[in-house]
Design a protein around this ligand. Structure first.
Ligand code: E4P
Length: 215
């Protein structure tokens, strides 16, 4: 499973890049507020680090024509820009036009297999299922990922299933087991993935025992 980092904070992207963990980056307007810098500067810096892998930037227009125009402007920034389009009627018409022009799209705010099917039919490159937000309202977010993986496979759609709104290591593991193509992961969860209490305990014990080895 590919790993995207879900952030617009440069230090976090650098941390993950140093460890070879980044296959792509996803941002959204909320994440951009956390970067606390001007949009142009953030995007410039992200694209500078992640030169050859997809960087998703969200469109904020409402109508199909406006979405297409906004996308055409944004993709001029760099070759690896992917436009995030909301899962709406207008959005799916925009996705169709954009993909026809060779502009890659990431359909965002997908919460059901039916929405995923429409996004795939429109030709989306990525379909982002928001797992954590579904869990928040008492639904089983990962089941939507499982069902979508199966559904897109049944009909050989080319869209990639992206598990988004990831909140825990368990989410990452389950997304991989479900066969998601990608998980976009916040830094906090990436760090947690390295950890296990038995690893910490084991390292400590081996170091203590090493002291006792006659040298
Ligand atoms: C995906 O591309 C989104 O940016 C993200 O995963 C949303 O996650 P949240 O529900 O934690 O805001």
């Amino acid at each position: 499973m590919k790993i995207f980092i879900d952030t617009a904070i440069i230090k976090e992207i650098e941390w993950a890049e140093e460890r070879g963990l980044i296959d792509g980056v996803t941002t959204n307007p909320t994440l951009l507020t956390m970067a606390d810098r001007k949009l142009g500067e953030v995007v410039h810096d992200v694209l500078n680090i992640v030169k050859d892998r997809p960087v998703s930037i969200e469109l904020v227009s409402q109508t199909t024509d406006e979405l297409v125009e906004e996308a055409k402007t944004i993709v001029k920034l760099a070759k690896n820009v992917v436009v995030k389009v909301p899962m709406t009627d207008e959005g799916m018409m925009a996705v169709q036009q954009l993909e026809e022009r060779g502009i890659r799209t990431n359909v965002t705010l997908v919460f059901s297999p039916a929405q995923a099917l429409l996004a795939a039919r429109a030709g989306a490159t990525f379909v982002s299922i928001f797992v954590g937000r579904l869990d928040d309202i008492g639904k089983n977010g990962m089941q939507v990922v499982r069902d979508t993986v199966k559904l897109l496979k049944n009909y050989e759609f080319k869209s990639m299933v992206l598990a988004a709104s990831i909140r825990s290591v368990q989410h990452v593991e389950e997304a991989a087991l479900a066969g998601a193509d990608i998980a976009t992961i916040p830094l906090k969860v990436l760090i947690q993935m390295y950890r296990h209490e038995l690893t910490d305990k084991g390292v400590k014990k081996f170091l203590l025992d090493w002291e006792k080895v006659p040298k």
